[in-house]
Each structure stands twice: as structure tokens, then as C-alpha cells.
Write a protein that binds this ligand. Sequence first.
Ligand code: PEP
Length: 248
Amino acid sequence: MKKLYLIGNHKMNMSLNELEPYFDNLAEIASTSENVVGVCVPYVYLNMAKGMLEGSKVLYGAQNMHYKDNGAYTGEISAHMLNDFNCDLVIIGHSERRAYYNETDEDVNLKIKKALEEGITPILCFGETLDERNGNMAHSVVERQIMGALADLEYEEVSRIIFAYEPVWAIGTGVSATSEQAEEMISFAKRLIADEYGVKTSIVLYGGSLKPSNAQDILSKPSIDGGLIGGACLKIKDFEEIINTKVE
Ligand code: PEP
């Protein structure tokens, strides 16, 4: 049985009241799962995640961080601060951050380095827009994003990263990539990481409208190690169905 990584991204959703039963349920679901379960929540709920998920099988963390340790960066959060809440994970370079907050490959590289330095596992997101795919640029964009994010990193550091291929056109649209498209791009990314950094066993997830109805098909592809799940992780029943996916 393949051990899948199934990590939820709450984005800017859910409330304190909703999270209490949610975390309880998630810890329970993860306790009997063979898969690795994680969840990335808004910063303000990290204290609650620490209280309710630490010691459970659920990994938890944030959706972004700054690459500086401290300073005059109003509204920002450092890796040290995430470590105050014993975060396991931090999403870096999500397409919404790249699109709405102008995050560049250089920013992503600095954040990846800082997260690794602080012992937090970064989930490095990459993926092309629809225009880029239609213009036959998907592979060059993905290569640029991965190489930019990994600039100056060593083998050991690269081997600690979780990657997530998230085609922008599939995120939050309800229309996922086909399992063939996801497999093709993820195997391309894995070859690139192996050729450039010697890391032959990188973990690469698929993200983009993953839901109970398509999870089995997508997650059973040989190169796909799991999923980063947005919308469908907000309903615990849907997330549970995805977490319970079993593939050979
Ligand atoms: C995401 O934002 O990481 C994501 C995969 O979202 P969704 O599942 O809603 O497409």
C-alpha cells in the first residue's frame, strides 16, 4: 500500500467554533489512517491547533511566513513565531500568494531556506496558469519555479521539502487536472529534481479541485504521492473520504 500525504489548506476559512469539532474529528480520523494527514490553518488558529493536534497523528502548520527573523514588517509572521507553536508544515509559494501578493521565485527561495533552517517542512507550490498551458509554456514555467525556489540549496535540504503541483487553472475551480495531466507534470518535476539535485525520492503532491469523486483516480497514479486539498478539506466528511483513499 502506498502511503499518501493528504494535507488540507484552509486558506482564509473557518472559525474558532467550527474548528473545535473539526480538529477533534481530524485527530480521530488520522489515528486510524495509514496515510499522513496534515492541515494548514490561518495563523490565529495555530495556538488552537497546537493545543488540540500536538501529540496526535495530524501534522499542522501555516499557509505562509516571512523569510526574515524579525523587524519592521507590519502584519508578517516569522518562522520563529511558527516554531513557538511547534508547526510541522508551512505552505510556501501558493499561487494565490504569487498572484495577489506578488511573491516572486526569489521570495519563495528565501522562504524555503528559512523554513528549512528552522526545521519546518515547507510545502513548495508550483504550477502554470491556463494561458501558460495553452501557450505550451507549462513545462518551462514549472521548471523556472522549481529551479528558482531551490536556488543554492543542497541535496539534504531539497530532500526535506514536500512539493505540490497545483495548476492555477484547477485551483478552486471545481475542474481538476486529469490524472494523466497531473501524472505527466509530476513525473517531469521529479525528473528535474533528481537530475539537478540528485534527490530521487522527492514527495510531490497534486493540488487543484481534488475531491472524493476524483481522489482515487488521481492519487493512484504512480508519481503522485498525495494531495494538497483546499475546498474539499473544509467539510470534514469530504476530507475523511479523501484521507481514506487506499492505493497500491
Ligand atoms: C489549494 O488552494 O491549495 C487547493 C488545492 O485548492 P482547491 O482544492 O480548492 O482547488
